[in-house]
Design a protein around this ligand. Structure first.
Ligand SMILES: Nc1nc2c(ncn2[C@@H]2O[C@H](COP(=O)(O)OP(=O)(O)OP(=O)(O)O)[C@@H](O)[C@H]2O)c(=O)[nH]1
Length: 245
C-alpha cells in the first residue's frame, strides 16, 4: 500500500471550527496542538507508549467519544492518553472538549471528546457528521445510560456518515460492587461491543486499537479479507482476561 506522509489523506476530515473548543474547564477557545492534551488549563505530556508525532502519520481519522453524561468518556480518553484515572469530583464536558492527535498503527487519530448532556446535542451532531469512527459509551452501572443506547444509535444513523465505524463500550466494568446484569440485550443493537474500565484501564487501549485496525483495513484499496472487529475484540479481550491476575 502506498502511503502519503500527510495530515490530510484519504480519511482526513474537516470539522466545524476545528480547534475552537470549549471543554471541562478549558474555557472558550482552548486549543491543543497535535502533540499535547490540554485539560483544566494544564498541558499534559503524551504518554510515551503512544506516539504522538505529527511527522510520521499517514492518514488522519476523526474518532469521537459519545454517550450519556457521566458514562466516562473523558476518563476513558485521559486513561488512554496519559495512563491516569481522573478520580474525584465530576466536571461535565461543555460542548466539545480537547482534541487529541495520536498515532496508532501509523495512522493519525484525531480524537474528540463530546458533552453527553442533552443541551449540547446540536453541537455534537455538527461534529460527528464527518467522524470516521464513533465510540458510543454507556455505564454498566447505570441503567438509564443503557436504555439510551437505542436513542444514541438513532441519532448516529441520522447524523453520522453511513460507513462510520461504530463500537459500543460498556464502561466502568468490574469497578463497582453493583453492576447491572443487562448484557443479554446487547446483540440486538448489532454493533460491535466490548467492556472497558477507565478506572483500571481494562481494555481501554484495545478499544482504540480495534477501531484503528478497522479504519486501517478500510483504507486499503483492495483488502483481501474483511476485518471482523467483533472477532478481533473478542480474541483480544480473552487474552486480556486469561492473563489478568
Ligand atoms: N468506577 C469508575 N468510575 C468511572 C470510570 N470512568 C469514569 N468514572 C467516573 O465517572 C464520572 C464521570 O466521568 P467522565 O469521564 O467525566 O464522564 P463523561 O462521559 O465525560 O461526562 P460528560 O462530560 O458530562 O459527558 C467521574 O466521576 C469519573 O471518575 C470507570 O471506569 N470506573
Amino acid at each position: 500500500m502506498s502511503r502519503k506522509k500527510s495530515a490530510k489523506g484519504k480519511g482526513a476530515t474537516s470539522s466545524p471550527s476545528a480547534g475552537s473548543l470549549t471543554g471541562k474547564g478549558t474555557g472558550k477557545g482552548a486549543r491543543s496542538s497535535p502533540a499535547i492534551v490540554q485539560m483544566n488549563g494544564v498541558v499534559h505530556p503524551i504518554r510515551p507508549s503512544v506516539s504522538c508525532s505529527s511527522d510520521f502519520y499517514d492518514i488522519a481519522f476523526k474518532v469521537m467519544l459519545v454517550g450519556d453524561s457521566g458514562v466516562g468518556k473523558t476518563c476513558l480518553l485521559v486513561r488512554f492518553k496519559d495512563g491516569a484515572f481522573l478520580a474525584g469530583s465530576f466536571i461535565s464536558t461543555v460542548g466539545i472538549d480537547f482534541r487529541v492527535m495520536i498515532t496508532l498503527l501509523s495512522y493519525a487519530l484525531q480524537i474528540w471528546d463530546t458533552a453527553g448532556q442533552e443541551r449540547f446535542r446540536s453541537v455534537t451532531h455538527a461534529y460527528y457528521r464527518d467522524a470516521n469512527a464513533l465510540l458510543l459509551l454507556y455505564d454498566v452501572t447505570n441503567k438509564t445510560s443503557f436504555d439510551n443506547i437505542q436513542a444514541w444509535l438513532t441519532e448516529i444513523h441520522e447524523y453520522a456518515q453511513q460507513d462510520v465505524v461504530l463500537m459500543l463500550l460498556g464502561n466502568k466494568v468490574r469497578d463497582r460492587v453493583k453492576e447491572l446484569q443487562i448484557y443479554s440485550g446487547l446483540e440486538e443493537f448489532g454493533v460491535p461491543f466490548m467492556e472497558t474500565s477507565a478506572r483500571s484501564g481494562l481494555n481501554v487501549e484495545l478499544a482504540f486499537t480495534a477501531v484503528a485496525k478497522e479504519l486501517q483495513h478500510r483504507s486499503l484499496e483492495d483488502p483481501s479479507e474483511k476485518f471482523k472487529l467483533q472477532e478481533y475484540v473478542n480474541k483480544e479481550m480473552k487474552s486480556t482476561s486469561c492473563c489478568r491476575s
